[in-house]
Write a protein that binds this ligand. Structure first.
Ligand SMILES: Nc1ncnc2c1ncn2[C@@H]1O[C@H](COP(=O)(O)OP(=O)(O)OP(=O)(O)O)[C@@H](O)[C@H]1O
Length: 361
């Protein structure tokens, strides 16, 4: 007997010659909020459709509570996986769209309308209850679809980009709401998104996919701080990737010979051998800026541009070898350093801010 709610076991889905999902394995726990994240066309929706029983794997197996679901259509499963879909009923009011699932369960009109109203209010849609869905904006429709999926309080809810049409403020509010509802109701959420902010702010674990394959699975913090490879590091985007040849290794720290001079980096458990060429990453928000170097690894670089990202400032520096380096600092630090475009500045970081990628052979 297994404790996993869902197991995806070496699943491949081909459309003709094209492999949309390739040899993918991972599991989902009961009550977990799992986000599947990746760029357009990487196979997220295909994976969700297979979990829902709307598509069948070409090879491999999907197990629910240890039982194979291969060949079983959605409606024959012991545990229905509710799919949050944007396809609302155009001939029904907003209220009746949301109450529809309750009507199908034989719940009386008064109760289903009261429950539908409660969910509409939670999703900030109370005033639209009597409207026709054709009179709603894209973002309002998305929230009606969410209310319709949540009103029946399913055990497992599959969500495909449910907040993509919302503006930034509303999206942040809805993220907080979804997260607290998911915890409160104990629903297992499988949530497909291309948005790192959504995935990282809500999910217990994130699956990062690329070209039909899983690149990394882990808690948001682990993916952010310990990207498994170059793809994840570039996709998550808050690191700099450097390359060097290992000179020495001692106490979990490698000294590397790089085009920018000698640098140190944590091995992160990788067996690094002298002479080995390897990529390593430096976290952009662990780099100190100043007129003098403050940490053991340092480069002097020219400020090319900067941008404000919330309360942080991201600075783009030109390194002596022509490469670019990104540095994120809190706004007061940026003000204190007082560097202007075209100025030279020292960027420095400790070995603990840098780490080798696992070697893929
Ligand atoms: N029915 C189909 N027939 C042929 N190819 C398909 C079919 N469905 C999906 N694909 C292809 O499989 C790949 C994965 O598609 P999928 O919809 O899973 O991507 P996605 O990660 O959800 O992308 P997006 O973020 O753009 O929605 C794409 O290249 C797509 O063109």
């Amino acid at each position: 007997m297994t404790n996993h709610l869902l197991e995806i076991d070496r699943v491949t889905k081909r459309f003709g010659d094209y492999s949309a999902v390739t040899e993918t394995s991972f599991s989902i726990e009961r009550g977990e909020f799992l986000a599947i994240m990746g760029s357009s066309g990487c196979g997220k929706t295909t994976m969700l459709r297979m979990l829902a029983g709307l598509d069948q794997p070409t090879t491999g197996e999907i197990r629910l509570d240890g039982k194979s679901q291969n060949g079983l259509p959605a409606w024959e499963r012991d545990l229905p996986l509710v799919w949050q879909s944007l396809a609302l009923f155009p001939f029904l009011s907003v209220l009746d769209n949301v109450a529809f699932g309750l009507k199908m369960r034989g719940i009386g009109k008064h109760e289903r309308h009261t429950r539908a109203q409660t969910w509409l209010k939670k999703l900030e849609l109370g005033e639209f209850a009597q409207r026709n869905v054709s009179q709603l904006s894209g973002g309002q429709r998305q929230r009606v679809a969410l209310a319709r999926a949540l009103v029946t309080e399913p055990k497992v809810l599959l969500l495909d980009e449910p907040l993509s049409a919302l503006d930034a403020h509303l999206s942040v509010r809805m993220q907080a709401l979804l997260r607290s509802l998911q915890r409160e109701l104990g629903i297992t959420f499988i949530y497909v998104t291309h948005s790192q902010t959504e995935a990282f702010s809500m999910a217990d674990r994130v699956v990062v996919m690329s070209r039909g394959k899983v690149e990394q699975i882990g808690a948001p913090k682990d993916i952010y701080r310990q990207p498994a490879n170059r793809f994840v590091a570039e996709f998550i985007g808050n690191v700099n990737i450097l390359r060097g040849a290992v000179e020495t290794v001692a106490n979990g720290v490698a000294t590397l010979h790089t085009p920018l001079g000698f640098m140190t980096a944590s091995t992160g458990g990788v067996t690094a051998r002298p002479g080995m060429e390897t990529d390593f990453f430096v976290n952009a928000d662990q780099i100190a800026l100043g007129l003098q170097p403050q940490e053991e690894n340092q480069v002097s670089a020219k400020l090319l541009s900067y941008k404000f990202v919330g309360s942080m400032v991201t600075l783009y520096l030109e390194l002596p070898n022509g490469d670019e380096m990104k540095v994120s600092v809190p706004e007061p630090v940026y003000d204190r350093v007082g560097v202007k475009i075209g100025d030279m500045v020292h960027a420095s970081w400790p070995a603990s801010a840098a780490q080798l990628f696992p070697v893929t052979e």
